[in-house]
Design a protein around this ligand. Sequence first.
Ligand code: GRF
Length: 201
Amino acid sequence: MKIAVFVSGRGSNLQAILDYRHIVKAIDVKIIVSDKLDCLAFEIAKEHSIKVLSVGKKESCISYDKLSDIFDEIGIELIVLAGFLKLIPIEFVKKYENRIINIHPALLPSFGGKGMYGMYVHNAVFQSTAKISGVTIHFIDPDYDSGKIIAQESVDISNVKSPEEIAERVLNVEHKILPYVVGKFVEGKVKIMNNRVVIFD
Ligand code: GRF
């Protein structure tokens, strides 16, 4: 399955997906897209000789319309937002309905929404005194963090002493659950039934 991965930062989730190709060989990452003109994730892309593109309104970025045409030419079937921090335009979301997935470092619908990313999430979780946090993989819809939930995994944070500890424990789980879900998409084992997402063995 031909996949595009959207990134904004260091790309550790991208790396986890690329590493998982030895388990699900049909994972074919064709292109890495960022809102940034350069980011650490682009270094990972170059190590694997994967095409990179910058999208947005900035100079030397391409538009989403152009990106959509490029995706059509390549035959992109699944889009994975792996630490992508911008809202995807509604036209693009509608074109790829139920084919854009995002990873959020908390248990949605808690601790999600506009401005809730990275350490903002873990600080809010820490201040809430919650005893568990976790990871959510969900479909993208036109708002922040509000699409159908595909998969979640909880993380015990009952003994953490800082938001940074939460971030570390959650990231470790992210690196397991995102490749697993991408692999299940590639294997055609993710279905929507009665408005809920089911992953088959
Ligand atoms: C992850 O924590 C993810 O949950 C969030 O952005 C971060 C991306 O990290 N959406 P990386 O760039 O994949 O290392």
